[in-house]
Write a protein that binds this ligand. Structure first.
Ligand SMILES: [Zn+2]
Ligand SMILES: [Zn+2]
Length: 104
């Protein structure tokens, strides 16, 4: 299955596009820590519907540098979620046919 990167229209397979998004668009990933609760989140924007995909990050320990030290790992997870989102919510926009999805 081939699809277009939702951020810059580069074509690739699922894994290729995932690596491409992590490598090229990782600066779109935002991370934030709630100053009161200490809860951490990552936020990644969908360029197609404007939705910001916000998800809780649960570090195993209370490392205040967790978000910067594990940025690469967080990016892998965040863009995996975004890829899933665009393929299922915006298949036309990324060049995926719905019957390709069913056979996947
Ligand atoms: Zn791209
Ligand atoms: Zn979207």
């Amino acid at each position: 299955m081939q699809l277009r990167c939702p951020y810059c229209s580069e074509m690739g397979g699922l894994n290729g596009t995932h690596s491409h998004m992590v490598a090229t668009h990782h600066d779109l990933l935002r991370t934030e820590t709630d100053s009161e609760s200490g809860k951490m989140h990552y936020v990644v924007p969908c360029p197609l519907c404007g939705l910001s995909y916000r998800h809780r990050v649960k570090p195993r320990n209370r490392n205040p540098r967790f978000l910067s030290e594990f940025r690469k790992e967080i990016a892998l997870v965040a863009f995996d979620q975004m890829l899933y989102h665009v393929v299922h919510e915006h298949p036309d926009a990324v060049g995926v046919k719905v019957d390709e999805l069913r056979s996947e």
